[in-house]
Each structure stands twice: as C-alpha cells, then as structure tokens.
Design a protein around this ligand. Sequence first.
Ligand code: NAG
Ligand code: NAG
Ligand code: NAG
Ligand code: NAG
Length: 313
Amino acid sequence: MMKIFLLLLSLMAGCEASTEVKVCRDGWVEFYCKYKASETYQIIDVVPPNNSEIRSTQKDQWENKGRYSLYHDTKNKRLKVAIKQLQQENFGEYECEFFQDQNSPDEVEDEVKVAAETDGCQGQFNQTVYRTAKTTITCDYPENKHRFSDKFLCRENKFTCEEILSTSSSVKSNRKYNLTETNRGFSVSISNVSSHDAGLYWCGVNEGNYRTGLRKIQLKVEGGSQVVITLVVCVAVLLLLLFVIILILIYKRCSHSKHRRNGAAEHTREDYVYEEVQDYVQKPDSGNAVTTIYATANFPTNPSASLHHSTIN
Ligand SMILES: *[C@@H]1O[C@H](CO)[C@@H](O)[C@H](O)[C@H]1NC(C)=O
Ligand SMILES: *[C@@H]1O[C@H](CO)[C@@H](O)[C@H](O)[C@H]1NC(C)=O
Ligand SMILES: *[C@@H]1O[C@H](CO)[C@@H](O)[C@H](O)[C@H]1NC(C)=O
Ligand SMILES: *[C@@H]1O[C@H](CO)[C@@H](O)[C@H](O)[C@H]1NC(C)=O
C-alpha cells in the first residue's frame, strides 16, 4: 500500500517537473519541445533564460539564430532546439510557446531546464591526420553512466551535430567509417581522410529527450599539395646527389687510371684498372684515396700526352 502511494507520488512529481537536460560547459545540446499529435502550429517561440525570445516560423528545416538553431519537426510534433558553445548565461529554464497563427494567443507551453553537467566532460582534443591516411577517434564515457544510452559520433555543422554512426545503428561500418565498441565506449576509424573531413566532432550521448556531446575532437587534416611539393623537392635533391656521386666516381676512375699509366705500369690492362677502382669504392674514406685526389688536383699530369702514349702502347 505504502509502495503504491510512493509510486503515485513520484509519478505526480514527474509530471510536474520540467525535463532536465545536462550539458557540459562550452558543449553542445539538442533538446525538444513537444506538442500534442492532434495539433498544428505555425509559430513556436523559445524563451531562453535571459527572456529574449527566439521565433521559429519555418517547417521541417533548420533555422539559424546565432548560437541557437531551431527545427520545427511537424512529423514528430516537436521543436528541436540546438545550442552551441553553452555559456553560463545559457543555463536555466527554457520555455516554448506554441501559436496556431500570427494573431492567436499561445496555447500550450513546454518547459526544459538546462543544467550544467559536471561528470564526464572532457574538454577539447586536437587530432591531426595526413591526407589519405586513416585516423581513429576514441570515445570514452564515465563508468556506470550512460551505460544504457545510445552513444554516437557526430560532426558539428552550421545548425547542430550530425550523427555519423551510433552504438545502436544496425550497420556499424561503411566505406569511410567503422565503429568498434570498447568497454569504455567506442572508437570510430575514418579512412582515406580528405580536407572535407576536417572539423569538429563530438562523442555524443542520446538520453531520449535530448542529445549532447561530452568530448570535442578537432580534426585537422594536413598534407596534400604541400606534401607533394616536398616530395618532388626531395626526389630532385636525391637525383642531384646521385648525379654528383656518379660524376665523382667517373672522375676518380679516370684520374686513377691516368695516374697509374703515368707512374710505372706500361702494360696497364683494362681489368686491372677496374679492380683498382672497385677497391676505391669499397674504401671511400681511406687516406690513400684522398691523397690521390689531392695529388691529382694539385699536380695534374699532361692528360692528353699520357693518353696518347697509352693508346699507342
Ligand atoms: C540573450 O542571449 C542570447 C544568446 O546568448 C543573446 O543573443 C541575446 O542578445 C541575449 N539577450 C539579452 C536581452 O541579453
Ligand atoms: C587545440 O587547438 C586549439 C586551437 O585550434 C587550441 O586553442 C587548444 O589549446 C588546443 N588544445 C590542446 C589540448 O592542444
Ligand atoms: C572494422 O573494425 C573492426 C575492428 O578493428 C574490424 O574487425 C572490421 O573488419 C572492420 N570492418 C570494416 C568493414 O573495415
Ligand atoms: C580516397 O578518396 C579520394 C577522393 O577524396 C578518391 O579519389 C580515392 O579513390 C579514395 N581512395 C580509396 C582507396 O578509397
């Protein structure tokens, strides 16, 4: 008997209390003002805590009102209210007023209380990825909280946070995204990243009568044309280096054979010269090689004469 009484009491209290929405500071939230399925309304006003009302006149499309965005969803008979970058002045009671038309008085009201979330807010996380690479966004949630709620990754657009994949969606991967559940939440990999993927992402939670973000991820995409230019320059420098090394080798080979021929050997055979050059290549920093180079550079012999001489020989 007592239990039933308590249950009734709590139900009554639940009816009277307005919906409470918990949002992180600097966070983002989307909540709903609902109305009866039998009604149709042309105008809906939202009155934020500072009493400057925001009016929705469009149907089934987003309307941008500064930090607020409104969407009159006629199919589900509700007004979606999205707020970005929640500041202190955005916390408090929100009232929605519904009007049949321009001149009629407001008929019903709905109230939503936006309170500050203190648990699990994780601040901003910056993530940098290179074009065409794959990156993974990790979403961890506080233990024992939101356990039964639908969790999702969304991307902030002009109006609200657009869901990409959620833990409740039947398909958890596609060409671009792949969601894997973890014991603390989930992670989503994004493959073949392009500049279009740069932006603000949120680890979100759907509490039924509102959706909000707990962790903000700023994805930066780097590379592209810059990387291509760097690559081209690197390849050019490498080719140049290779060319110079080949030139030096050829020069060494020539000067060495000249040196030999000039010195003593009168029966210089080609394979003998070749062996000598190989020896130099294997020991590039031997003092002998250096001396030879300097010797050749400082006291050049008469190349044409010796060459001529060798050829005659
Ligand atoms: C009320 O808050 C909104 C958004 O925070 C702001 O644009 C508006 O100027 C405020 N109005 C007053 C009267 O302070
Ligand atoms: C992330 O980048 C923003 C600027 O884009 C910067 O203000 C902020 O301090 C950075 N946060 C971290 C954690 O590095
Ligand atoms: C998604 O990721 C999981 C775990 O990393 C992997 O086993 C699965 O094959 C991936 N699915 C696709 C379609 O890439
Ligand atoms: C990666 O994305 C680009 C367009 O952004 C596309 O042309 C390319 O085929 C994609 N590569 C793969 C492996 O999916």
